[in-house]
Design a protein around this ligand. Structure first.
Ligand SMILES: Cc1cc2nc3c(=O)[nH]c(=O)nc-3n(C[C@H](O)[C@H](O)[C@H](O)COP(=O)(O)OP(=O)(O)OC[C@H]3O[C@@H](n4cnc5c(N)ncnc54)[C@H](O)[C@@H]3O)c2cc1C
Length: 490
């Protein structure tokens, strides 16, 4: 053990028997700590009871319960080398079959939540598998930090931590390099015997509803910007950590009017690190700007990509199913234009499924012996390119049926109900079914909930334009160039 590897806190935690996989009740209890969460200018006393979070907390708790149910336990969990049952989200894949086990687990998380959670716990757990995969490289950069990463994976798995991530600094003035305006980026302000003190702010989805947050850089940092190159994790109840929530979309009645926003608003916060002590055992990399950028993009995110594509596929299935039923019950399914557009949606779904399958078949092994997907560098660019078109098509098919719908209470008024039952009917369905379907379509697309989901899909892995032009840069063009030169006789 080195001075910068496992020290006090993880040791103390380790003395307590690991608690193994969570169920819903334990998930809810784990959020009742000293976390500082602000909603509409008020400090929240208990996030599990606050109306902005209560619905989504119950939804996530239901997902954790699945880990204990006969039908899903062995799909979602496994027994690790210490004999502790942990989530497969935290399992390093040592064979192609392990990789498929990871997929099946992620499918349960994403499909049971209809692709509505971008930041499912499964996503950030996969990042920790990525940190562990870099054990040797991180140890070589800073003695003990690779051990920290592997110890943290074990600790997170054996206590089934719910993680979120904070990769992006606040917008502010992007013409300024971090050295010109240090507040622009999270940074080390002090090094102490027991850890580092960090200051700054970051964006973070699911922060109020997770146990710990993982911080890593996404920027290309210069060699003289060392204090900004940081990978660490910290508990969300740490003193000095503030979470300021965006306007919650969830503050709606949990009726059929809001089938999604009342249950799936995962919340996005500005996370403020107001001189926070990060103990050494939670630090995985520091002051290595070049390596931070290269290793993060090429290795850490290798497994998190699975969750992102499977979440998109689940959301796309829901969009296709809803658009199809809107078209069928509206009597427009056989119109040629509708068929063309629905065919385009189906083609996107088929393409993403096929590309993911190909990446599984072409899986590759990392230097540490972990199996990951083959080349997926084209997947995120394709997802961001099609994300707006997918919602456009959805709106073309659903048209104004998403707008001209009564609300839940109207169906409780007898004199309205008898009229709504007449004028709200669809093809082969009664007015109440058609109303619920139209409300679902509204939430999926044009509502503030749908708009936020769409923005997430487009932006969550960075600027789409940069992603797409990187795909061009990375593409192996030698075959094409050789063909051209053969034709030109060169
Ligand atoms: C719903 C949602 C949830 C999110 N959750 C998280 C989270 O949990 N954690 C987290 O860290 N972040 C999160 N993000 C933030 C997300 O990572 C950023 O929005 C994303 O990286 C884009 O950054 P930006 O918004 O600063 O825009 P920029 O990247 O600054 O883009 C602004 C404009 O500049 C262009 N541009 C960008 N870079 C270049 C370049 N190099 N050259 C030329 N043009 C360029 C872009 O194309 C765009 O038009 C979330 C975002 C959303 C919408």
């Amino acid at each position: 053990m080195t001075p910068h590897s496992q020290s006090s806190a993880l040791h103390e935690d380790a003395r307590v028997a690991p608690s193994g996989i969570k169920d819903g009740r334990r998930y809810i209890e784990s959020l009742r700590d000293g976390r500082e969460v602000w909603v509409h200018g008020e400090k929240v006393a208990d996030v599990t009871k606050h109306p902005a979070f209560a619905g989504v907390v119950q939804t996530i708790a239901g997902l954790y319960d699945l880990q204990h149910q006969d039908a899903t336990r062995d799909v979602m969990t496994y027994v690790d080398d210490d004999g502790i049952r942990g989530s497969i989200s935290y399992m390093p894949p040592r064979s192609p079959e392990d990789l498929l086990r990871r997929r099946r687990n992620t499918e349960v998380w994403t499909e049971q939540s209809f692709g509505m959670f971008g930041r499912l716990p499964d996503f950030c757990a996969a990042m920790i598998v990525g940190f562990h995969d870099l054990h040797d490289e991180l140890n070589a950069l800073h003695a003990g930090f690779g051990d920290n990463a592997s110890n943290y994976l074990k600790f997170a798995r054996q206590n089934d931590l719910v993680l979120s991530h904070a990769l992006h600094d606040p917008h502010m003035d992007k013409t300024q390099r971090p050295k010109q305006d240090p507040d622009r980026c999270i940074r080390i302000v002090k090094e102490r015997d027991d850890g580092i003190v960090v200051r700054g702010a970051r964006f973070c989805t699911l922060g109020p509803l997770s146990n710990e947050v993982v911080v890593a850089p996404t920027y290309v940092l210069a060699e003289d910007e060392q204090d900004f190159a940081l990978w660490f994790a910290c508990s969300l109840d740490s003193p000095g950590l503030k979470q300021v929530c965006r306007d919650p979309i969830s503050l709606r009645p949990a009726t059929d009017d809001h089938p999604l926003s009342s249950k799936y608003d995962e919340q996005d916060v500005l996370l403020i690190f107001d001189d926070l002590l990060i103990p050494w055992e939670r630090v995985f990399l520091m002051r290595k700007p070049k390596e931070a950028n290269v290793l993060f993009r090429s290795r850490v995110m290798s497994w998190a990509g699975y969750a992102s594509v499977l979440q998109l596929l689940a959301r796309l299935e829901l969009l296709i199913g809803t658009a199809h039923l809107i078209a069928e019950t509206g009597g427009i399914a056989n119109r040629p234009f509708v068929g063309l557009e629905m065919g385009e949606l189906a083609s996107y779904a088929g393409m993403f499924k096929g590309l993911l399958r190909a990446a599984e078949v072409d899986c590759k092994i990392s230097p540490a012996g972990h199996y990951g997907l083959g080349d997926t560098s084209h997947l995120r660019p394709l997802i961001t390119m099609t994300s707006e078109r997918i919602i456009n098509i959805f709106e073309h098919v659903a048209t104004s049926s998403t707008v001209f719908t009564p609300t839940a209470e109207d169906f409780d008024v007898p004199e309205l109900r008898k009229l709504l039952d007449v004028y709200g009917r669809g093809k082969g369905v009664d007015a109440h079914y058609r109303y619920k379907l139209c409300r679902l379509a509204w939430e999926l697309s044009s509502s503030s909930f749908g708009g936020r989901q769409q923005l997430y899909e487009r932006l969550h892995s960075g600027s789409p334009e940069v992603l797409i032009s990187n795909a061009y840069q990375r593409y192996d063009k030698t075959k094409g160039i050789a063909m051209v030169n053969r034709i030109l006789g060169q």
